[in-house]
Design a protein around this ligand. Structure first.
Ligand SMILES: [Zn+2]
Length: 139
């Protein structure tokens, strides 16, 4: 590196020699390559975390929506079917409140479409008993 000063223009300048420039270029490339690799790695981790977070949220929301849908009047063809479901559920509590063994599962519905209407079956996830709760009056 050579430092020069022009007395006429009163300007100073630094002149690098070729090998110095080559080293500077190599160092700069290495620096930016390392920065790039570090950022790429951080980005990958952030994406993984973000994906997991969003996917968990999505699952929770879907569970909640399914539960709401299943218990809403819309899952049944009539109030009679909903009442039958609730009665079935009451008979199949199996100490559900006290025991976590069944994971808090509630009886689920199996709708089967036929040519004239939907047959609605309710199934207990604990003992496996099922019951046809179809209200054929609304067919
Ligand atoms: Zn049961």
């Amino acid at each position: 590196m050579v430092y020069t000063y022009d007395t006429e223009t009163k300007q100073s300048s630094v002149v690098y020699e070729a090998n110095e420039l080559a080293t500077a270029v190599t160092d700069t490339i290495r620096y930016y390559r390392e920065q790039y690799q570090r950022i790429a790695e951080e980005n990958r981790k952030l994406k993984d975390d973000a994906y997991e977070f969003v996917y968990k949220q999505f699952q929770n929301e879907m569970d909640s929506l399914r539960e709401q849908l299943r218990l809403s009047y819309g899952s049944f063809s009539s109030q009679k079917e909903k009442d039958r479901y609730l009665q079935f559920e009451k008979r199949h509590m199996h100490n559900r409140v006290e025991s976590k063994a069944n994971g808090g599962r509630r009886p689920y519905l199996i709708p089967t479409a036929t040519g004239i209407g939907v047959i609605l079956k309710v199934v207990c996830p604990i003992c496996g008993e099922s019951e046809d709760i179809t209200d054929t009056e609304v067919w």
